[in-house]
Design a protein around this ligand. Structure first.
Ligand code: PMV
Length: 331
C-alpha cells in the first residue's frame, strides 16, 4: 500500500488545557476532558514517496475547491512533528511523503483545527513508519505534535487526558463511547477569520497571570465534580461547571502578559442571550476555546428549539451541528 486515508475529529474541551508544565514534551498542568465533534474533522491522505528528500504538504480549506501547497509555518510544524515522531518511535530511516489535508470547518478559529489535523497525522506517521500503535501510544504521539489537545482526538467519544507524571504516562483515554450521552455542540461561527494569537503562543505565558495559581486550585474540585455530573448525566450541573471552566480559562488568558482577548463584543452578546433563554427553559451552556466563536452545548431534545432561536441572531454567520464522534481512524 502506498497511500492511506484518515479521518479525525476536532474536539471541544469541557475542562481545558491551558499552559504546559513541561514545554519540551508538552505536558499539561492539569487533566482535561473533551468530546469529539462529528461535523468538524480533517480528512488526511498520506502517500509514501521513494525519494526521502520529497516531503510536501497540500491543504484544502473548507471554503476552497483546490489543494494548495504549503511552505509556511504549517509545513514547518509537520516537519518538526515528523522528526519528533521518528525519535519517539525509534525510527532511523528517512521517508519521503506527500500529505493532502482537507478541513471541514474554518481553521484557527477556536474549533481545534490543529487537534483534528495532528491526531490524523499521528495515525498517518505511525502507518508511514510501519508501526502498529495501540491507542495509548498513538495518543502520546499525537501529544508530541505540539498541539497537546490532539491527543484527545485519538480515543472515541468522550476523552479524558491524564496529565501524567512524565511523557509516557500523559495521554488520553475514552471514558464513554459516543452513544453514552446525546449531547450536541452547536458551533456558532461569529467570525471565520484566523485568530491573531495561536494557542501555542498563548500556552507560553500562563504563569504570568496572577489568576493562574487560583485556576489550578479551583480546578481540583471542578474536575472531580464534572466527572460526577457526567456519569450522573446531570446536565444542569454539568453545564454550570462547563461555563465556570470556560470563564476561568479566559480570565487567565486576559490577565497573562501580554493579555489575550479572544472574545469579541459579539461573543459577549451571545453569551448573554444563551443565559437569558435558559430562563424560559431552553437549556444550553456556552464554552469557548482559543477563539471568538462559541460552542453551545445542549441535549438532543433541545437542538431544534435552539436552531429556531439562533437563526434570528444577527451575530451568527453559520452554525455547525455536532454530535459525539469516534476518534481518529483509517477510512
Ligand atoms: O492543543 P493546543 O496547543 O492547540 O491548545 C488547545 C487549547 C484550548 O483549545 C484553548 C483548550 C483545550 O483544551 O482544547
Amino acid at each position: 500500500m502506498k497511500k492511506v486515508k484518515i479521518k479525525s475529529p476536532a474536539n471541544i474541551a469541557f475542562i481545558k488545557y491551558w499552559g504546559q508544565r513541561d514545554k519540551k514534551f508538552f505536558l499539561p498542568y492539569n487533566d482535561s476532558f473533551s468530546m469529539n465533534l462529528s461535523s468538524c474533522y480533517t480528512i488526511l491522505e498520506i502517500e509514501i514517496i521513494e525519494e526521502p528528500k520529497i516531503k510536501k504538504l497540500y491543504v484544502k480549506d473548507y471554503d476552497k475547491d483546490k489543494f494548495e501547497i504549503k511552505h509556511d509555518e504549517s509545513f514547518e510544524k509537520v516537519i518538526n512533528f515528523y522528526n519528533r515522531a521518528k525519535k519517539f518511535l525509534k525510527v532511523k530511516k528517512d521517508y519521503g511523503f506527500i500529505i493532502y489535508s482537507y478541513n471541514s470547518f474554518p481553521k484557527k478559529a477556536g474549533i481545534a483545527s490543529s487537534a483534528s489535523f495532528f491526531s490524523a497525522l499521528a495515525l498517518g506517521f505511525s502507518w508511514l513508519f510501519e508501526k502498529k500503535l495501540d491507542k495509548k501510544n498513538l495518543s502520546i504521539l499525537a501529544r508530541l505534535s505540539g498541539s497537546g489537545s490532539s491527543c484527545r482526538s485519538i480515543p472515541d467519544g468522550f476523552s479524558w487526558w491524564y496529565k501524567g507524571n512524565k511523557s509516557n504516562d500523559s495521554y488520553a483515554v475514552s471514558i464513554a463511547m459516543p452513544s453514552y450521552w446525546d449531547l450536541v455542540d452547536l458551533v456558532l461561527i461569529l467570525n471565520k477569520g484566523e485568530k491573531k494569537v495561536s494557542s501555542s503562543e498563548g500556552h507560553q505565558n500562563v504563569e504570568t497571570s496572577n489568576l493562574f495559581k487560583y485556576r489550578l486550585l479551583s480546578l481540583e474540585k471542578r474536575i472531580k465534580e464534572i466527572k460526577k455530573a457526567f456519569f450522573k448525566k446531570d446536565f444542569t450541573y454539568f453545564g454550570y461547571l462547563l461555563e465556570e471552566e470556560a470563564i476561568s480559562m479566559h480570565s487567565v488568558m486576559m490577565t497573562q502578559k501580554p493579555p489575550i482577548f479572544y472574545w469579541s463584543g459579539k461573543t459577549v452578546e451571545l453569551i448573554k442571550k444563551i443565559i437569558e433563554i435558559r430562563k424560559i427553559g431552553i437549556e444550553g451552556y456556552f464554552t469557548i476555546d482559543a477563539g471568538e466563536n462559541i460552542h453551545l452545548i445542549c441535549q438532543k431534545k433541545d437542538e431544534e428549539k435552539f436552531l429556531k432561536f439562533l437563526k434570528d441572531q444577527k451575530e451568527i454567520l453559520q452554525i455547525i451541528v455536532n454530535y459525539p464522534e469516534e476518534g481518529a481512524k483509517f477510512i
